[in-house]
Ligand binder design. Structure first.
Ligand SMILES: Cc1cc2nc3c(=O)[nH]c(=O)nc-3n(C[C@H](O)[C@H](O)[C@H](O)COP(=O)(O)O)c2cc1C
Length: 213
């Protein structure tokens, strides 16, 4: 692990429908079929996550944050949306990725995303999660915060990390989206998300109950 990274870790630690279908029973009338409809959720989970080589867990096929995002979606019935870079310039090896991420942070970069978020008018509550990168949200998440209108929404941050916890994700999210209400976030160790899934599922459930789900 690099020196700056250790320092940052230390700093982080210190601060730290039913479907309704029915048919007429009146046999004298022509049968009327009502199309099956599903109650769509008003809750969305937006997340960013990487596979490849990651700190502590090594080579992974599903990103740590993706695992937590899916648990939240399972337990709330929320829809899932993955933030993907327009041009996937992020290396699959850990050291190279830390260099790119550090440079983006220095540059206050706003990397472009691939595609657009679902129509936010349909959602009142939005979970937003990402790995902690150098004590902050990955810069691509600021692209999401700044290019979309989250005013009036309830936003709930979550992170995966390897020691820095939530790293101020909540405060930084509130600054980027001042007209949203930001609720208490959840921080999960990436290695637990990979290797201790029952424990993490329990923590996700307790946190969801605490914030009113
Ligand atoms: C570029 C980069 C920077 C990181 N910076 C931190 C950090 O500052 N604090 C920390 O606890 N973990 C840090 N980590 C570890 C990740 O937050 C952790 O492995 C996370 O679970 C990865 O999630 P993902 O698989 O969803 O991408 C960093 C990892 C990378 C790749």
């Amino acid at each position: 692990m690099k020196k700056g990274f250790v320092l940052l870790l230390a700093m982080g630690l210190m601060i730290t429908g039913y479907g309704s279908s029915f048919a007429s029973t009146d046999t004298s009338a022509p049968e009327e079929t009502v199309e099956e409809t599903e109650n769509s959720s008003d809750t969305l989970v937006i997340y960013f996550s990487r596979t490849g080589e990651q700190y502590v867990v090594g080579e992974i096929e599903k990103g740590n944050t993706a695992i937590v995002a899916e648990m939240i979606a399972e337990q709330t019935g929320a829809e899932l949306f993955e933030v993907l870079p327009a041009d996937d310039h992020y290396p699959m090896t850990y050291d190279a990725l830390t260099d790119v991420a550090k440079q983006e942070q220095r540059d206050k970069a706003r990397p472009a995303c691939s595609g657009e978020l679902p129509d936010l008018d349909s959602f009142s509550t939005i979970f937003i999660g990402a790995p902690v990168w150098w004590g902050d949200w990955p810069m691509i998440m600021y692209t999401v915060f700044e290019n979309n209108d989250f005013s009036g929404k309830t936003l709930i941050p979550f992170s995966t990390h390897e020691g820095s916890g939530l790293s101020g994700f909540d405060k930084k999210l509130q600054s980027a989206c001042p007209d949203a209400e930001v609720l208490k976030g959840l921080a999960v160790r990436g290695s637990d998300a990979q290797n201790e899934q029952e424990k993490v599922r329990g923590s996700v459930g307790s946190w969801l109950a605490e914030i009113g789900f």
